[in-house]
Design a protein around this ligand. Sequence first.
Ligand SMILES: [Zn+2]
Length: 136
Amino acid sequence: MIKEINHDIIFLKKKATPASKKDTQTITDLCDTLAHYQDHCVGMAANMIGVNKQIIACYFGPFMTVMLNPQITHKENPYTTTEGCLSLAGQREVKRYEKITVTYLDKNFTRQSQTFSGFFAQTIQHEIDHLHGILI
Ligand SMILES: [Zn+2]
């Protein structure tokens, strides 16, 4: 189900709690909502649809990937860039890492570890920040 985008800064600044198999409806809703906004949004965290769970969905090209309880286990080559956020107005300056390794559970709750670089790495870092209550 397509959900409304949450703009409540107090809520968005709260840390998300780990996702479990009880959160399958939220996973579906997050994917549906990201698909709806795909023209101007490449990633979404569950808190952006009002659910404070560690779930993100990102587009890697045409493919959407869901990550549950994602953790960045390695990062290298910091740089500064500007980003926008569907929950916030305007563009802001942020520090990102060019290359990251992320450990997460996929939507079948299978543990994965994957390395990303460039724009995909940037998208994941933005969404994982949301799970920690960090806004750009
Ligand atoms: Zn955002």
